[in-house]
Ligand binder design. Sequence first.
Ligand SMILES: NC(=O)c1ccc[n+]([C@@H]2O[C@H](COP(=O)([O-])OP(=O)(O)OC[C@H]3O[C@@H](n4cnc5c(N)ncnc54)[C@H](O)[C@@H]3O)[C@@H](O)[C@H]2O)c1
Length: 356
Amino acid sequence: MNRRIAGEISGRRYEVVIGDLLDDLIREHLEKYGQKRMFISAGLKGTYRERLASLTGRDNLVEIRDGENQKSFDAYSSVVSSLLSAGLPRNVLLSYAGGGTLGDLIGFVSSTYKRGTPFMAIPTTLLAQVDSSIGGKNGVNLSGVKNAIGTFHLPEKVFCDTSFLNDLVISDGLSEMVKYGVVGDATIIDNLMELRGDSILSQNELLTSLVEKCVSMKMDVVSKDIHDTKGVRSVLNFGHTVGHAIESVSGNSISHGRAIAAGMIIESRMSELAEICEDPVSPVLSNVFWMIGIDVPRPDSTWGQEIMSYVRNDKKVEGGMVKLPVPLRIGRMGSLDVDLESFGKLASRAMEDLWR
Ligand SMILES: NC(=O)c1ccc[n+]([C@@H]2O[C@H](COP(=O)([O-])OP(=O)(O)OC[C@H]3O[C@@H](n4cnc5c(N)ncnc54)[C@H](O)[C@@H]3O)[C@@H](O)[C@H]2O)c1
């Protein structure tokens, strides 16, 4: 059964639909628009591509290379130029079918082309379904800085269609699901543990209900802090401070999901060592990642230094103090407020403890 979650932010209504094979609903929305362009990920081959072509019309479909390197100002400029050459007006519906990188790029184009067009999303990786397609953030990387330019621009509709998911695009999203479990809904962790090693793709009803739980939680958090200025959205950064540093030290050879998994374990252990947690979370995390088949990377000697250089430049650091969202127990978050030196010591001790 399809699930619909409606939201309203600053007077703008939008809706996320979650289900399996949402073609009729997608077509219905597309048919409301005379002019449209759908950008689809080069990773969507065969029947995925054919389905999307029949939904939007072959002439309106543009295949585009994606991935982190394509989330660039050059790619942005080339997409905008193609829209201008086609003479498309500002009420053209721009949409994408792909992962978070394509969503961030096309969201940014949609928000800026002729000062903003209608926008629709078909996220096709688990990470994009539970995270990046929700919340209105978009952007491209510039001069080696991730998301250096971007805006907030909400799609009118997001179609989280689980039939687009496959083994290649699941694992990073699973880590984010675990994050939602720790941050606010412990049943997500229980549900993942019940899989007992089976692939989540083999249980569509469970997959749909987990995507729904994560989307609801993100929409709720975002509705209270759309522009990420009140500190409410920061809980969703759990695991990402240390995780992003790990991703960066590996030159992106460690995937986002694996890096975030390690980040969540290390940050939880830091809250245990600082004695602010009520119930240790790091052992639960190690267990759940093992159960769902996420191969958490082991730290090497360069991590401590890299984490510190990343944290020094992080926007969460103010006046030499770090405000790190950490779990007090599963389902309840707190904040670890420490100076940079103590942060470094806690991170090093956490890594030693965890991977002795
Ligand atoms: N805007 C936000 O709020 C937000 C939040 C979290 C992450 N992000 C961004 O999301 C990006 C990561 O997104 P991602 O993990 O989806 O990676 P991605 O977009 O790079 O996609 C991963 C790979 O999967 C391929 N692909 C996509 N769908 C497929 C499918 N169904 N079958 C086979 N291959 C498929 C793509 O071609 C790509 O090679 C990062 O740039 C990150 O910064 C944004």
